[in-house]
Design a protein around this ligand. Structure first.
Ligand code: BG6
Length: 478
């Protein structure tokens, strides 16, 4: 495959970041191993410290040996991969550094005419993104640059801004330097196989979609639970908190996938149109509505973490009840629960259906059925789709038990899977924006989170014990 691929250069800002070590380098190595990278691709790592190409290669090699079993097992391939790596020292706010970077790119070092097609990857804090993009533009490396005949792409890592205002400002800066069709805002959740399956499950099967609305669905529950804490990212978490770290992006993207209308076709913009419409329809919060729609929590011991203020009010847990004000979903609560240091790591979506009109098998006269039907979409660690229904327990009596019909991804499909970063990098290389977030959706998501944060302003999070299911008062959220 590599013979037919156009050569390109990938420039990673934040080459010494944890993300680059744990996700980007291993994914790019693996793509090269599978023949999804052109033979003479070039990777330029950008950082502040003085470093030679050789030193950078040694650094990436050590990261790959630690984080990529495939690299550790294939010394020859690792050697040839490292030869494709180069380093550029750039102070992010110094335009002269970008001019040097441009010269380095255009010098065609690594021979293969890689200078024409450029992919910039921003793995840096959101506050630095505008200055990098502006400087790329000023150095003639932007996507609107007419003098270049190749393609240019910008991949921006989350968090994408810090609130609506900063996200708008970043979008505005990017707009000046790149066209929207060249911009790939990454949310790695959209590269997860079971997340990509949500649309397929809904729109390639005739039996679910007729029921997928307020008439038949009683509620939706989205859980993103992790059994570990902030893993040393105190400074980042103090800025972000869980609402910005998880709900603004991963959580709302899952909600959009569950709730969106069928797209006109599978064109990236057709799909993103529908997601944007849903995020626009999510009801904003105010001081009155948050009272019975939001619980925030903080795990015990969070304030003792490195980089965390001793009196920090930052949330590491949130349970939120969303409403979508449109014809399909009016009146159906979308619950979302996410948190750090919870009882176990699990991401799943549970769609609970309404009960049949008469309840023969539950407690007599009860309005509720004993076994509401559910579709359970397991995202991780289980990659499953399960349908829950009531079955008669064998024996004389008419007793109903809940049972499951289950599809398990890994049991059904074999082969080396793609991780989210493989998949999304591959999509970006191929120019498919379907699973990247468009600027309007980013802004709608921030508008939702800003309204929530403003409404709870100053509220102290409830403490919860490590490895519990969060604060007591969030139990009503399922
Ligand atoms: C990241 C968050 O975006 O997603 C982390 O910053 C979180 O806090 C992570 O742990 C979860 O992703 P995954 O794919 O490892 O479950």
């Amino acid at each position: 495959m590599s013979g037919t691929l156009e050569n390109f250069t990938i420039v990673i800002f934040g080459a010494s970041s944890d993300l680059a070590s744990r996700k980007l380098f291993p994914s790019i190595f693996q793509l090269a191993r599978w023949g999804h990278m052109p033979e003479n691709f070039r990777l330029i790592g950008v950082g502040r410290q003085e470093q030679s190409h050789e030193e950078f290669r040694a650094f990436v090699r050590s990261r790959l040996l630690e984080h990529s079993p495939e690299a550790a097992a294939d010394a020859a391939r690792l050697d040839s991969f490292c030869l494709r790596l180069f380093y550029a020292r750039v102070d992010l706010d110094d335009p002269a550094g970008y001019a040097r970077l441009r010269d380095q790119i255009m010098s065609d070092e690594g021979n293969g005419r890689t200078c024409r097609n450029l992919m910039f990857y921003l793995s840096i804090p959101p506050s630095l993104a505008p200055v990098v993009v502006r400087n790329l533009g000023a150095a003639g490396l932007g996507g609107r640059e007419q003098s270049c005949t190749g393609w240019r792409k910008l991949i921006a890592e989350k968090p994408y801004g810090h609130d609506l205002e900063s996200a708008r400002e970043l979008n505005r800066v990017i707009d000046e330097v790149f066209e929207e069709r060249q911009v790939y805002r990454i949310d790695h959740y959209l590269g997860k196989e079971p997340v990509q399956n949500i649309m397929v499950f809904r729109f390639s099967n005739g039996i679910f979609e007729p029921l997928w609305n307020r008439q038949y669905i009683a509620q939706v529950m989205i859980t993103i639970a992790e059994d570990f804490g902030i893993r040393g990212r105190g400074a980042y978490y103090e800025e972000a908190g869980l609402l910005r770290d998880i709900i603004q992006n991963h959580g709302l993207q899952l909600l959009a996938a569950i709730a969106m209308e069928p797209p006109v076709d599978l064109d990236a913009d057709s799909i993103r149109d529908e997601k944007a419409k849903i995020l626009r329809s999510v009801r904003r919060f105010n001081i009155d509505s948050v009272r019975d729609s939001v619980v925030i929590g903080q795990y015990e011991g969070y304030v003792a973490e490195k980089g965390v203020a001793p009196d920090s009010k930052v949330e590491t847990f949130a349970a939120v009840k969303f409403h979508i004000d449109n014809w399909r979903w009016s009146g159906v609560p979308f619950y979302m629960k996410a948190g750090k240091n919870l009882a176990k790591s699990v991401t799943e979506i549970v769609i609970t259906f309404r009960c049949p009109p008469q309840n023969y098998y539950g407690p007599s006269g009860g309005a509720a059925c004993s076994t509401p039907n559910q579709v359970v979409l397991g995202i991780q660690p289980d990659e499953t789709v399960a349908i829950r229904f009531g079955a008669k327990r064998p024996g004389e009596q008419m007793i109903t038990d809940p049972v499951f019909m289950k599809f398990d991804y890994r049991g059904t499909f074999q082969g080396e899977g793609l991780t989210p970063y493989h998949r999304l990098l591959l999509d970006a290389i191929e120019g498919n924006q379907m699973n990247f977030i468009r600027k309007d959706s980013v802004e709608h998501s921030w508008a939702i989170i800003d309204s929530l944060k403003n409404a709870i302003d100053g509220q102290a999070p409830e403490l919860y014990p490590v490895h519990s299911w969060g604060p007591e008062s969030s139990r009503i959220y399922g």
